[in-house]
Write a protein that binds this ligand. Structure first.
Ligand SMILES: *Cc1c(COP(=O)(O)O)cnc(C)c1O
Length: 372
């Protein structure tokens, strides 16, 4: 699905130097590489505070802890997402309240949020799925009206711009109270191991996030609240400094791949190409279509035989996963989510794809889809 080796070959000299720099400095945790990345990322996102941490799942968990969410509090989130988003809700003893997604953007449908708000609701966690933003104008309006926190799960849409109704253009992830992201190697801004970050424009929240990520410590050996230990290591930070400079170029490369797929696959009546919301720049973490009247399993098998990977993100919605059995969600009706889990399929997309590869992938897809 991705080609991290070819991408590394393109930037090998700089990456190797960055890693060597960390080895020479012997600052393996914290130190100049981490602060350099933190500042560069703050500038890129145009936010006041970036708080690096160990991975994207931790980022979500620390965000919920820093906001003071307590067991029994309700958190509204989509079920059509990677398990990490909803897992941390359960881990903290919070109650996940699943809302259906918009059939075009695949992100949480704001028109279905108000109906599930109760006095126990504390936060909304929209997920900017596949690289496109949820309807943040509508979500922030609801959150402000009902006094709710918004934590953006921005693991898949880093670098995307959001055009607010007010006319402001801001980076996705910087619109809510806290943005969370992951630097897992295959993400749009990926390191060579695990990594993650939280970001916010709120000074008090930033202090709280830093404390939770660092053993609840306010001063050396002064531990005021329950925290955890979650850090981005210096080698990953040094790698991210090199890759952040290229993020926009990487996004352009992904968008060019998506344009090609759109052009060729859009010709098939059985394929619905991704919707592009004019409010948000799609950064195509995934290129995901919906198949209608074609056998999805068959297509995957056929493509695999030709050496072409494909993936289903996600085959089973969160609310149907065993982890939530105790919440008795059996009757929960999320028709769009259910339908998408049956129809979506994602094709390879990365920064080093060329037209020959794309032409061949598209030819095989159309070959199968048109005959089955
Ligand atoms: C990848 C991802 C995460 C988790 O990130 P990790 O760094 O793997 O912990 C969370 N949410 C979404 C939507 C993701 O895609």
């Amino acid at each position: 699905m991705v080609d991290l080796r070819s991408q590394y070959q393109q930037i090998k000299t700089e990456i190797d130097q960055a890693i060597q720099g960390v080895l020479d400095s012997a600052h393996f945790i914290g130190g100049p590489a981490v602060s350099e990345f933190q500042q560069a990322f703050e500038t890129y996102l145009d936010v006041k505070h970036v708080i690096p941490c160990a991975n994207g799942t931790d980022a979500l968990q620390i965000a919920m802890m820093a906001l003071g969410l307590k067991p029994g509090d309700e958190v509204i989130t989509p079920s059509f997402t990677y398990i990490a988003t909803t897992e941390v809700i359960a881990l903290l003893g919070l109650i996940p309240v699943f809302v259906d997604v918009d059939p075009r953007t695949f992100c949480i449908d704001p028109s279905k949020i108000v109906a599930v708000i109760t006095p126990k609701t504390k936060a909304i966690v929209p997920v900017h799925l596949y690289g496109q933003a949820a309807d943040m104008d509508a979500i922030m309006e609801i959150a402000n009206r009902h006094n709710l926190f918004v934590i953006e799960d921005n693991a898949q849409a880093i670098g995307s711009d959001y055009h607010s109704a007010s006319g402001n253009v801001s980076k996705v992830g910087s619109l809510g109270h806290i943005g969370c992201t992951s630097f897992f190697p295959s993400k749009n801004l990926g390191c060579y191991g695990d990594g993650g970050a939280m970001y916010t424009n709120d000074d008090a929240l930033a202090t709280q996030l830093r404390m939770v990520a660092n053993h609840g410590q306010s001063k050396k050996y002064k531990h005021d609240i329950v925290g955890c230990n979650s850090r981005l290591d210096a080698m990953q930070a040094a790698i991210l400094c090199v890759k952040l400079k290229r993020l926009d170029q990487y996004i352009d490369a992904r968008r060019a791949v998506a344009d090609y797929y759109d052009r060729v696959l859009g010709a098939s009546e059985k394929i619905t190409i991704p919707f592009r919301d004019p409010k948000s720049k799609h950064v195509f973490h995934q290129y995901t279509v919906q198949l209608t009247g074609a056998d999805r399993d068959g297509l995957q098998t056929y493509l695999a035989e030709k050496g072409i990977p494909s993936m289903i993100y996600y085959p089973k919605p969160a609310h149907k996963q065993g982890v939530f059995d105790s919440f008795n969600l059996g009757d929960l009706d999320l028709p769009v989510t259910e339908e998408l889990t049956k129809k979506v399929i994602s094709f390879p997309i990365h920064t080093e794809m060329d037209e020959t590869q794309l032409a061949s992938i598209c030819e095989h897809i159309l070959n199968y889809v048109n005959q089955n």
